[in-house]
Design a protein around this ligand. Structure first.
Ligand SMILES: [Zn+2]
Length: 391
């Protein structure tokens, strides 16, 4: 049965990606150097087409991609911008991801326009996807359409390990994926949707997860944005005009700027962070700062005690997220979990829950936890350090 074979192949791929990630972690977080802009479709693949056949997705998204690239080059001259295509050519999905991987890109942005059947022409709005398992039929129709292009590629059954874009069973492999970059991807996707809220496309359909082949093969944070519906009259009037395309590119450029600030914040050494924090607090009263310090110290001491108890023994737990700034234990991000602990690593607070003697026990508990925390994965913690990662 191909599902089994394919799942194994997917896991193999996953371990390769995880290896690259672990290596990156050891070297510490780096400055953002390269962004890949992927204009969907192209050449013999038109993408979706407007009901009057006047407009097609491949030219709309190329126009947005080029406008965005130009803005990024002007506003972030230190960053290398790579296009998977800058003209009307056909590029296979796996090659798009390969371009990003070869360039060691820090971020991958795939730009698409949406479309639904004529009886659903009232549906409008923008949405941004990260890699994951699709949840609703509506999403499945979209992901199926975007993935269907592989059928235009030579030799696609071998290349994609028998993946059939129209069969829901094929998508099982995506639920096995614990993408090492999902937290960063979701962060970027969230910034995009926040910017989109400023218009010109009116409805904001939010951040979603689905199994897009083009995202599957990338080894860096990656998102796929659907800028609006060609099948909807109101959206169409925006996304097919120069003005509308320029405004959408502006939103994407601003979202990138915000993501970059966040990403590079994680680069600050603790000393730099303290300095930055000091500046923020200049206006605060001395005693307020002292009180905060005491709380911090107590938290660190508590962590220390726990670490002592666990000395020289690896405890297996589930990492649920990482943030550059420390979150309160009562933060809503933790969805009511009371057993959240953290380790500090490479300028990030990495939060985990649970604690088991064996990797197997942690893995058994992972699916339940991952329902609430997408992208969660098993880690081994020893003396306050992460010593093992299982993706
Ligand atoms: Zn598309």
């Amino acid at each position: 049965m191909w599902v089994v074979g394919s799942a194994a192949a997917a896991l193999l791929l996953l371990f390769t990606a995880a290896g690259a990630y672990a290596q990156n972690e050891q070297q510490g977080y780096q400055k953002m150097k390269c962004v890949v802009i992927d204009a969907g479709h192209g050449g013999r693949d038109y993408g979706c087409i407007s009901p009057d056949k006047k407009y097609n997705e491949k030219s709309i998204v190329l126009s947005v991609a080029l406008k965005l690239g130009k803005m990024l080059k002007e506003e972030h001259p230190d960053i290398k911008i790579v296009y998977t295509r800058d003209k009307d050519v056909f590029i296979p999905l796996d090659e798009r991801a390969a371009i990003a991987n070869r360039n060691k890109a820090d971020l991958f942005l795939s730009i698409h326009a949406n479309s639904l059947a004529s009886n659903l022409s009232r549906i409008s709005g923008s949405e941004t996807y990260t890699m994951g398992n699709q949840v609703s039929q509506g999403n499945f129709d979209i992901v199926k359409r975007e993935n269907a292009v592989i059928a235009m590629e030579d030799d696609y059954t071998t290349k994609y390990e028998g993946f059939d874009p129209s069969s829901p069973e094929s998508y099982i492999i995506f639920s096995l994926l614990q993408n090492a970059h999902s937290e960063q991807s979701i962060k970027f996707a969230t910034y995009i949707q926040k910017e989109y809220a400023k218009g010109p496309v009116k409805l904001n359909r939010g951040v979603k997860q689905a199994g897009f082949v083009v995202l599957w093969r990338t080894t860096m944070p990656s998102v796929l944005t659907e800028i609006g519906f060609l099948s909807n009259e109101e959206d169409r009037k925006i996304i097919t005009t120069e003005k509308g395309q320029r405004e959408i590119a502006r939103r994407l450029c601003d979202a990138f700027g915000k993501y970059r600030v966040d990403y590079e914040k994680a680069l600050l050494t603790e000393e730099e962070e303290e300095k930055a924090l000091g500046k923020e607090k200049e206006d605060k009263k001395e005693n307020e700062i002292e009180a905060e310090k005491k709380v911090e110290k107590k938290a660190t001491a508590d962590e220390g005690k726990r670490a002592d108890n666990q000395k020289s023994k690896v405890v297996y737990a589930v990492q649920i997220m990482a943030t550059p700034k420390r979150l309160q234990s009562s933060a809503s991000h933790f969805k009511g979990r009371k057993d959240v602990r953290f380790v500090q690593e490479n300028g990030l607070y990495k939060y985990y829950v649970g604690g088991w003697d064996t990797k197997q026990q942690a893995q058994q508990n992972l699916p339940q936890i991952a329902k609430l925390f997408k992208g969660a994965f098993v880690i081994g913690v020893k003396e306050g350090k992460i010593v093992d990662r299982v993706y």
